[in-house]
Design a protein around this ligand. Structure first.
Ligand SMILES: Cc1cc2nc3c(=O)[nH]c(=O)nc-3n(C[C@H](O)[C@H](O)[C@H](O)COP(=O)(O)O)c2cc1C
Length: 321
């Protein structure tokens, strides 16, 4: 791997993607590809005054050895926010992130995630309680709105009242889920009105998209990448101007895959569960190969680990360039 002349180094974050960027993924990814600057843990939340046991592994410091790891919370009210902040502070975290973007009705109907965006007053109460009670640093990850992009206009003045570390904006409304047009005017508005550092998130899947955004929003230096990294783990290296040869790429992909499988086999209850996790991993990982849909089908059809190994060997042999 060698560096090109482009020395304009952006700061790149790995987005939280529930079910994909779990502690295994974050750990293996950071060991094999070193160019992500911060890792966000998919959200945790409270149920019946407790944090569900399933979230513990995600949070444990030994599972999060990277330099900057930021856990994310979903909170419906000030009590939940303060509870979650204390829970995370007990694990030694110094920085957390509040989710104001999750679009799923199960979450938004409970007044969390993007469900808070039409209610700036509630957001204000949550933030006021947090900054009164917690010594932690806080950032916010948000969409433009639940139903209308204009919702953001009333949220920004609230965010400006508090000493947030930064605001990560995915310029879509919740109704769009993860597809459809990115609303660039929303990012522009936030850029003009927000007094915090603004981080761009959404559909940065190629160096070209990254460069286009940079052209439009020249002061933006912080980007959060999600599916782009899942589809192409070299994306941060490419954005930062590193050039890799095809042989080196193939070797790294093979190492990444091997380590992912080893780790899932080590941490899951049984090999079947590890196999299922790997099948999920391939939903995006297949994009590194020619005829990705065909590759994914081969993986999904593998009923046993032995068949899976055969499928993987065939794909690396026949579908990498
Ligand atoms: C399967 C899936 C799970 C996600 N889970 C979370 C999550 O736990 N917290 C969060 O803030 N965003 C979550 N997101 C949104 C991503 O973090 C990101 O904002 C979105 O995918 C847009 O960025 P991208 O186009 O770079 O992927 C999720 C998205 C997907 C597709």
């Amino acid at each position: 791997m060698h560096k090109t002349e482009n020395s304009n180094q952006p700061v790149l974050y790995l987005a939280p993607l529930q079910g994909f960027t779990d502690f295994v993924y974050r750990k293996v990814y950071s060991e094999v590809f070193q160019l992500v600057d911060a890792f966000f843990i998919p959200y945790i939340s409270v149920k019946n005054h407790e944090v569900l046991k399933k979230y513990r592994k995600e949070i444990l410091p030994e599972n999060n050895p990277q330099n900057r790891v930021v856990p994310q919370v979903l909170a419906a009210d000030p009590d939940e926010m303060v509870f979650l902040a204390e829970y995370l502070a007990d694990f030694g975290y110094t920085e957390i992130n509040l989710n104001l973007g999750c679009p799923y009705p199960m979450v938004t109907k409970r007044g969390m995630g993007a469900g808070l965006l039409p209610h700036p007053g509630k957001i204000e109460k949550i933030l006021a309680a947090f900054f009164k009670e917690s010594p932690l640093n806080l950032s916010v990850k948000m969409r433009a709105g639940l139903v209308l992009p204009a919702e953001m206009e009333k949220v920004i003045p609230v965010l400006n009242q508090f000493p947030l570390t930064e605001v990560i904006l995915h310029p879509r409304i919740a109704k769009q889920l993860y597809e459809g047009e990115i609303i660039e005017s929303v990012f522009q508005r936030a850029y003009s009105n927000l007094q915090h550092r603004l981080v761009y998130n959404g559909d940065v899947n190629t160096v070209e998209t990254y460069s286009n955004i940079l052209l439009k929003f020249q002061q933006t230096n912080h980007f959060m990448l999600g599916r782009g990294i899942l589809m192409n783990p070299f994306l941060p290296a490419e954005i930062k101007g590193f050039v890799l040869g095809e042989a080196e790429k193939k070797e790294k992909l093979a190492e990444f895959h091997k380590r992912m499988l080893e780790e899932y086999l080590a941490v899951m209850d049984n090999p079947g569960n590890a196999l299922n996790k790997m099948k999920q991993f391939w939903v995006y990982f297949c994009r590194n190969f020619s005829e990705p849909e065909k590759c994914l089908k081969k993986i999904e059809k593998s009923g046993t680990l032995t068949k899976y190994h055969i499928a993987v060997t065939t794909i690396f042999r026949d579908h990498f360039n």
